[in-house]
Design a protein around this ligand. Structure first.
Ligand code: F6R
Length: 241
């Protein structure tokens, strides 16, 4: 695991964007695994800027998002589909048919997850997977639990995650209680992983991810076993290491 220490959110975002850009340029045949939330938004802004400056071309790129809330329509402004459109897809020349996100509108959780897992594996897997880090150590929506769940699955969000994500909603009651997510095995099968962390509220999870025991109670700790993980974290996120 390589850990880069940067000053702040902007430096983290710029460095992450250069790694993502290198992947876009050098390996468009492998899918790019993407995340949502406040952590990657800054890196996406750099990618949009570099596209507008003619530096990047997304026309051959395929993307697979980590997760989506269950029971939310694509048009809903809180859906991860909407987030991706607002923060990246709507600003670059990616083909809509090359962007994949679990379908949160479909209620049949088994079918959604089975099909999403099969899609990822049958199209050659993910080349570089971008990850944020939950305050409780989650990656994707793999919440702390008694065992690592390997494949895409439907998850009930932890209370702490609902609490953390309510900032994006008008009321805490509006935060969906369930989500579809890539599993730990799905994430671990990516060739390369890029995890970003910014802010003091991630410090505890980050120190447990890097230096603690590997346990499903801290899902991100499994990354200690991946052969190619890059972490970019700012000083605040690294303050407990
Ligand atoms: C989002 C995702 C989550 C977030 C995590 C951190 O697609 O999979 O694991 O990365 O909850 O969220 P932020 O970046 O909003 O702090």
């Amino acid at each position: 695991m390589r850990v880069y220490r940067v000053k702040d959110y902007d430096e983290m975002s710029k460095k992450a964007a250069t790694i993502l850009a290198a992947q876009i340029v050098s390996g468009p045949e492998k899918a790019l695994g993407l995340a949502t939330g406040s952590t990657p938004a800054g890196a996406y802004r750099y990618l949009c800027k570099w596209y507008q400056e003619g530096i990047l071309d997304f026309s051959e790129i395929r993307t697979m998002n980590l997760d989506e809330y269950r029971g939310i329509s694509r048009e809903d402004s809180q859906s991860y589909y909407h987030f991706m459109k607002e923060n990246l897809f709507g600003h670059v020349n990616i083909k809509e048919e090359n962007t994949f996100i679990p379908d949160g509108e479909r209620e049949d959780a088994d079918a959604v997850c089975r099909e999403y897992e099969a899609l990822i594996q049958s199209t050659g897997g993910v080349g570089l997977q971008l990850l944020g880090l939950g305050r409780n150590g989650h990656i994707g929506f793999n919440e702390p639990s008694d065992s690592f769940i390997k494949e895409c699955h439907c998850v009930s969000l932890a209370l702490s995650t609902i609490e953390a994500n309510k900032r994006f909603f008008e009321n805490a009651e509006d935060v969906p209680r369930q989500a579809y997510t890539m599993g730990i095995g799905t994430i671990m099968s990516a060739e390369k992983i890029l995890l970003l962390a910014s802010g003091e509220e991630k410090a505890d999870a980050l120190s447990r991810m890097i230096g603690g025991p590997i346990t499903p109670r801290v899902p991100a700790s499994i990354l200690q076993l991946h052969r190619d993980v890059t972490v970019i974290a700012d000083e605040a996120a690294l303050s407990k290491i």
